[in-house]
Design a binder for this molecule. Structure first.
Ligand code: GTP
Ligand code: MG
Length: 192
């Protein structure tokens, strides 16, 4: 994919605020601080289009980006971080579930997991929602640069077992090195 243009459209907390659109859309979801915003920046080849932070829970709205005037990328707020204020955490479930269940153009959700960690209950809940709404998923294991090659393979096997998925269907990624960028674009393009 050649990214000719990429621009922030708006942040939303409810459906009336979503951009009205019949364009295809790809959403990105995962635990707080897992690296969603960094991954989107790498895919788009833009350093700081999406705000990243070492403070978990930075992204608290559903953020829409318009790419090549042809499709949307959607950065969903992260889940599962205890220090995020209680009001924000309570809002997360209904906010994200109503997005997932109602968005017409949604082609797929890229589910981002940390390669170093076993998926937790919230990760499983997200995958269960996607299955319930028949939304295709692409599972990405990020921060691969933090592990040596043999540990990367070991962890992706463990995570594959945990999710009952073939490890070869899981995309190893690193926002630090760009590893996995082309493979992920191919998977996204196949779902448009
Ligand atoms: P929230 O919006 O708070 O849910 O976080 P997020 O999932 O968008 O994470 P973000 O992209 O802001 O990254 C969180 C931290 O992880 C930042 O300090 C990033 O620099 C770092 N990070 C993200 N991806 C990678 C990666 O692939 N490798 C390494 N080494 N660090 C990464
Ligand atoms: Mg973020």
């Amino acid at each position: 994919m050649i990214v000719k243009s990429a621009a922030f459209v708006r942040g939303a907390v409810k459906s009336s605020q979503y951009p009205s659109s019949s364009m295809p859309e790809i959403a990105f979801a995962g635990r707080s601080n897992v690296g969603k915003s960094s991954l989107i920046n790498v895919l788009l080849g833009r350093k700081n289009l999406v705000r990243t932070s070492s403070t978990p829970g930075r992204t608290q709205t559903i953020n829409f980006f318009l790419i090549n005037n042809r499709f949307h990328f959607v950065d969903l707020p992260g889940y599962g971080y205890a220090k995020v204020p209680i009001e924000v955490r309570k809002r997360w479930g209904p906010m994200v579930e109503s997005y997932l269940s109602s968005r017409e153009g949604l082609c797929a959700v890229v589910v981002i997991l940390d390669l170093r960690r076993q998926p937790n209950e919230a990760d499983h809940d997200l995958l269960a929602w996607l299955a319930r709404y028949s939304i295709p998923e692409i599972v990405v294991l990020t921060k691969a640069d933090k592990l040596k090659k043999n540990k990367q393979n070991y962890q992706s096997r463990l995570i594959g077992e945990d999710l009952s998925k073939d490890p070869s269907s899981l995309i190893l990624f690193s926002a630090a090195t760009g590893m996995g960028k082309q493979v992920l674009w191919k998977a996204i393009e196949a779902l448009f």
